[in-house]
Design a protein around this ligand. Structure first.
Ligand SMILES: C[S@@+](CC[C@H](N)C(=O)[O-])C[C@H]1O[C@@H](n2cnc3c(N)ncnc32)[C@H](O)[C@@H]1O
Length: 249
């Protein structure tokens, strides 16, 4: 492990707004802020917004700066990436911003039913070969719906046409209300202060000439179904994603 990474991990351990908990401790003792994020962590009653797979936390920090009337929590398994956002939040004195280093599969251990108002999913691996690993699949939607409040929102920003088409099919078969749908966020002129925030991965896709897709929708738990559709795989390999997918550069 690089010295730089070790230094970042050491930093993270000292950050009061970063939560890291071993799986064993989580199972044995539970998570003390679950159901108490507002009262015990943020110490206010404002809506809680999550960024899943936050990487360097551009949305978590960017939105926290734009919306001081909401609370933001970035979630990622990789501490060295999360360090960037956590450090910026600390330097900028953002009190409405926290991070949890964990697996997204464990979300319901960290948030109580109805505790969350919105979920951002920013440039996830499309997981073209594994439905249950896709962050917009029924498997994940089930846990999102558990922690989202009534009319809680999902925002998906992606470069992947595969994930965009898959998510549209999931929305259609489950009849989720859609608030925004664009296959070309910047081309359609929809990028405002919120949607114009660019993540690390997003910038790399833009530099490669990829269009950015965005969906904003309201999921529900009613008889959730996986769509049975054939979707063409993306014809490019993703940055930092599985090299077993495709070999085209
Ligand atoms: C392609 S990167 C995107 C990062 C960031 N959102 C961006 O746009 O720059 C995907 C991120 O999701 C995280 N991730 C993937 N699967 C995860 C999981 N099951 N639990 C927690 N984090 C996960 C990875 O560590 C990585 O930082």
């Amino acid at each position: 492990m690089s010295k730089n990474k070790l230094a970042k991990f050491a930093d993270l351990n000292t950050f009061g707004h970063v939560i890291q908990l071993s799986y064993r401790k989580l199972l044995d003792e539970g998570f003390s802020f679950k159901g108490r994020w507002n009262s015990d962590f943020f110490k206010n009653d404002r809506p809680i917004v999550l960024e899943l797979g936050c990487g360097k936390g551009e949305y978590t920090v960017g939105l926290a700066k734009l919306f001081t009337d909401k609370n933001f929590v970035g979630i990622d398994i990789k501490g060295s990436r999360m360090w960037s956002g956590a450090k910026e939040a600390l330097s900028d004195g953002l009190l409405n911003c926290g991070f949890v280093r964990t697996n997204i599969e464990l979300l319901t251990h960290f948030f109580a039913p109805g505790e969350v108002a919105e979920i951002w999913i920013t440039f996830p691996d499309p997981q073209m070969k594994r439905v249950n690993k896709r962050l917009t699949s029924v498997r994940f939607l089930t846990s999102y719906c558990e922690i989202l409040n009534a009319n809680g929102l999902i925002h998906l920003k992606t470069d992947s046409d595969f994930l965009y088409q898959y998510t549209l099919a999931t929305i259609a078969i489950n009849k989720f209300p859609v608030q925004v749908n664009t296959a070309d966020l910047y081309g359609d002129g929809l990028a405002d202060d919120i949607l114009g925030i660019k993540t690390y991965y997003e910038q790399q896709w833009l530099d490669r000439g990829k269009t950015i897709k965005y969906l904003k929708y309201i999921p529900h738990l009613n008889d959730l179904k996986e769509p049975e559709v054939e979707i063409a795989f993306d014809d490019y390999r993703s940055f930092g994603r599985s090299s077993t997918l495709l070999d085209n550069p």
